[in-house]
Design a protein around this ligand. Structure first.
Ligand SMILES: *Cc1c(COP(=O)(O)O)cnc(C)c1O
Length: 392
């Protein structure tokens, strides 16, 4: 989680005093334009569009790519509910895919879940853990599918030297309070496609034709919703963007430090990673759910069992599992054919992994010696012999 401080306070103050708070609230370029240019450059992508949230970014990306009614979108069974809700917002339905021990979509299960109606894969780089993008892109190309990356929980993280979110056709980011860039609420869409970018701008600005969003594109105008970010968000984004890479470097360093110390304990197994050289997400996988529960219970601060952070487990996405929309006639499940069936045990392998896995905070805001101390204490506490002596 990124910290917010005085520099953001001053940046926001300047925007307030300027009187220009809205995206299109005055001539010339504002903080949002600068952020989008800097983000594109830093991330090595052609276009960035700042929006009001990560959920908005996902929805905008799907609309820009033309995903809609009749389409199935593959989403992982372990993610924030927004990943599954975004396809529904454009009329498509989510189809759940198991995760593997990297905590991201299992490419083998992606292949199993593809049907003639599958339109897109929505891989999620969960908890700063990157997906197996080489295999996902290969599967997508072989089956003619779009790849829309949900990089909301991995802003700035790299996969084999490329920033996640820039590898697929379109990427979505969140800048809410719990993400690597924190402005309270915010998001962005990135793409190398001129057409998707034009359509994303059109969609995110209710179809405001006079702003020329589709000027360089041979598309008829279409309406959308309002997902615009404000210049206050832009001002904070510029300050937070400068803090991003130093924070990721600290996380990478702490990953190496902690994973080495933890792996030295025979009772601990550090989870696999799709790009271990650049890893910035640390998880431990135990033999049984009880062991994971015990480890989390004993360490508490900065450690939790994934199954217990229940909001990310598909079995708790009640409105989606029960297929209920705000209006029954605007319910994509009603027009999905054949019907989509969800059951609590449809991704049993995901549940098994989540029950046996603990996530460890990398203490990105702590000094390294403290982080090493915490890891050593965790490692020695996990020693079965030591546990026995405590119990006596
Ligand atoms: C946070 C998050 C989102 C949505 O972001 P908001 O900005 O809260 O709308 C989407 N997907 C994942 C995986 C997230 O963690």
């Amino acid at each position: 989680m990124a910290r917010v401080g005085l520099r953001e306070w001053f940046a926001v103050g300047r925007v307030m005093m300027s009187g220009r708070l809205a995206r299109y609230g005055g001539g010339g370029e504002g903080p949002l334009t600068r952020f989008e240019a800097d983000y594109s450059e830093k991330f090595g992508v052609k276009h960035t569009l700042a929006v009001s949230s990560g959920t908005g970014a996902l929805t905008c990306a799907l609309a820009a790519a033309g995903v809609g009614p009749g389409d199935e979108v593959l989403v992982p069974a372990y993610t924030w509910i927004a990943t599954a809700a975004a396809p529904l917002a454009v009329g498509a339905v989510p189809v759940l895919v198991d995760i593997d021990q990297t905590l991201t979509m299992d490419p083998a299960d992606i292949v199993r879940k593809i049907t003639p109606r599958t339109r897109a894969i929505l891989p999620v780089h969960m908890a700063n853990m990157v997906c197996d993008m080489d295999r996902i892109m290969k599967i997508a190309r072989e089956h003619g599918l779009l790849v829309i990356e949900d990089a909301c929980q991995a802003v700035g993280v790299t996969y084999k030297g490329r920033r996640v979110g820039t590898i697929g056709d379109i990427g979505a980011f969140s800048f809410n309070q719990f993400k690597n860039i924190n402005i309270g609420e915010g998001g962005a869409v990135v793409t190398n496609s001129d057409r998707y970018f034009a359509r994303a701008r059109m969609y995110h600005d209710v179809g405001a034709i006079f702003r020329g969003h589709l000027d360089n594109d041979n598309e008829p105008h279409f309406f959308g919703v309002n997902l615009k970010a404000s210049q206050i968000q832009g001002a904070m984004l510029n300050v937070q963007l400068a803090k991003l890479d130093p924070m990721i470097r600290r996380m990478r360093k702490h990953y190496r430090l902690m994973s080495r110390i933890l792996a030295s304990s025979p009772a601990i197994r550090v989870g696999p990673h799709n790009d271990v050289e650049n890893a910035v997400g640390l998880h431990l996988i135990f033999e049984s759910p009880e062991e994971a529960e015990h480890f989390a219970g004993r360490n508490r601060r900065g450690v939790y069992r994934l199954y217990d952070s229940s909001r990310h487990v598909y079995t708790n996405w009640v409105p989606i599992l029960e297929q209920r929309a705000a209006h029954p006639k605007m319910n994509p499940f009603a027009w999905a054919s054949p019907r989509i069936e969800y059951t609590p045990d449809m991704c049993a392998r995901t549940l098994d992994i989540l029950r046996r896995t603990c996530r460890i905070s990398l203490g990105e805001n702590y000094p390294s010696p403290l982080v090493a101390f915490i890891a050593r204490r965790m490692a020695s506490g996990a020693n079965p012999a030591r546990r026995l002596s405590y119990a006596v």
